[in-house]
Design a protein. Structure first.
Length: 213
């Protein structure tokens, strides 16, 4: 017995509708999962980034420093921890205002982002006017070249600072390199001491843990 087109339609349209509804439900389910994934990524990014400079924040810095030290021990490599502090930043804010201070920090952060381009390198804002670089598997010559590049790039910004070194924004830098059995706290303390050595000896300079490769 042959069915008419109308009979075929009436018998098949519920199946077609059900199939379409199933596909639509699957689409909305996948879309919901994708939106949840994007939301999770956004929340994770917000939790690990500095709202002003878009650098990694202190939390992300601490996590990454621990990870890099573990990798360095495993692979018998060294990492460098570079701490930077904007010279006389409170005086800068008092003289030029907090908005100008924020813009100065954003500009300096961009300099650090430009040199931390390798996968395991990291630039972070660790608090106030202090920033940090974690440089993975770097030798002494490359390290000094990187610090020199940072200092020059910040100088090239030519941000006026009436109470600064040479009349413009500058940074003091402390550079420590990891030892075989280092932990994050010990490495940070050494870099911080070197930073203060730079500040106490005139600012706008870098102090290294050792002077020879």
């Amino acid at each position: 017995m042959q069915l008419s087109k109308i009979e075929i339609f009436h018998r098949t349209w519920p199946l077609v509708v059900a199939t379409g509804m199933g596909a639509l439900t699957h689409y909305h389910l996948q879309l919901s999962k994708f939106n949840q994934f994007l939301l999770h990524r956004q929340m994770d990014w917000l939790a690990h980034s500095d709202g002003l400079t878009n650098l990694n924040n202190r939390r992300a810095f601490n996590e990454h420093l621990s990870k890099c030290l573990a990798l360095a021990k495993r692979d018998n490599l060294q990492i460098a921890l570079v701490l930077l502090d904007v010279d006389y930043f409170k005086r800068f804010n008092d003289c030029y205002g907090h908005e100008a201070g924020d813009q100065a920090l954003i500009s300096i952060a961009k300099v650090l982002q430009d040199v931390s381009v390798r996968e395991l390198d990291m630039a972070a804002r660790t608090g106030g006017e202090e920033m940090a670089l974690i440089l993975h598997d770097i030798n002494f010559i490359s390290l000094k070249e990187t610090i020199s590049q940072i200092s020059k790039s910040i100088s090239d910004l030519k941000i006026p600072h009436e109470y600064g070194v040479n009349g413009q924004i500058s940074v003091s830098v402390g550079v420590a390199t990891s030892l075989k059995n280092d932990n994050p706290k010990d490495l940070y303390i050494r870099a911080d001491r070197l930073l203060y050595a730079s500040k106490n000896s005139g600012r706008a300079r870098a102090t290294y843990e050792f002077d020879n490769p």
